[in-house]
Design a binder for this molecule. Structure first.
Ligand SMILES: Nc1ncnc2c1ncn2[C@@H]1O[C@H](COP(=O)(O)OP(=O)(O)OP(=O)(O)O)[C@@H](O)[C@H]1O
Length: 261
């Protein structure tokens, strides 16, 4: 499902801000997300991480500029100026009565034409669904899938678009250990092939074991560091303060010991 060579883009954010009502959600963010890297966006609850991802995707009325620098190998057609982006939004409570089946969802996601043109899924999609054990659930409403099944469906749909950039908002939510391992292995293959990933993730162990760069967002960008440096500093600061190491029990925390707001 993943090509052996992917030309991931870099992203340049210049003075990106977003105010809704009286609330400043994003404040003058300048930064570069380098190509082919696995970027982790961390920060406290309500700090603006999901908003930042939506803003990168052009879904908010922000100010400032966001440039996705597509290498020419990533462009999808002769006249195209951009490559493909796969997006997984944050898992939200879902209206189970919504009359959309897994098949409809896939057809709508993968086709630019009305879905009644073609009701049959391509072989590649069927194989991918078999792989994530959803082939026998094609006619189920998506609202009736479990959280983990829905997350697997979202990731598979995102990967089927042949993306070179993945924007992921807590993609492990709802997955059991096996589901997490499978997702991480898929993402690792995408990363090793050269794809760019920007991911919000609360589990610090996942970030520590897989990501290259860490961005701490609390409305503004408080810090950007290599993941190695970030975790070394976090561990030594905690050892100094409390005599403990960064351990799995700390891995779900949203507080960085070095950052005081
Ligand atoms: N459309 C909107 N209108 C008004 N406020 C919003 C809107 N979207 C988000 N917010 C507010 O912006 C702030 C940042 O929200 P966001 O979801 O980006 O945070 P987050 O860092 O992803 O949080 P979490 O870790 O809890 O998922 C929150 O206070 C939220 O209530």
């Amino acid at each position: 499902m993943i090509p052996s060579l992917i030309s991931g883009p870099s992203l340049t954010l210049d003075n990106v801000s977003l105010t809704i009502g009286s609330q400043r959600l994003l404040d003058a963010i300048h930064c570069e997300f380098e190509s082919g890297q696995w970027h982790a966006v961390l920060g406290p609850n309500g700090g603006g991480k999901s908003t930042l991802l939506k803003t990168i995707l052009g879904l908010t009325p922000h100010s400032g500029s966001i440039k996705v620098n597509w290498p020419k190998e990533a462009l999808t057609g002769a006249k195209s100026k951009r490559g493909n982006i796969g997006y997984i939004p944050q898992l939200m409570p879902f209206d189970a009565s919504l009359p959309i089946s897994v098949r409809d969802y896939l057809l709508m996601s993968l086709s630019s034409r009305p879905i009644w043109f073609k009701r049959k899924l391509p072989k590649t999609v069927e194989t991918a669904l078999e792989h994530i054990q959803l082939k026998d659930k094609l006619d189920r409403r998506i609202g009736d899938l479990s959280g983990g099944e829905r997350q697997r469906l979202m990731l598979t749909t995102a990967m089927l678009q042949n993306p070179s950039l993945l924007i992921l908002d807590e993609p492990m939510t709802g997955l059991d250990k096996t589901g997490q391992q499978e997702t991480l292995s898929l993402l690792s293959k995408f990363h090793q092939a050269g794809g760019t990933i920007v991911m919000v993730e609360h589990d610090w162990n996942i970030v520590k074991n897989h990501c290259d760069q860490v961005y701490w967002i609390d409305s503004s960008l408080k810090l950007k560091q290599s993941a190695t440096e970030f975790f070394e500093q976090a561990a030594s600061s905690n050892q100094e303060k409390q005599g403990i190491e960064l351990s799995p029990s700390m891995s779900q925390t949203a507080n960085h010991p070095l950052i005081t707001s």
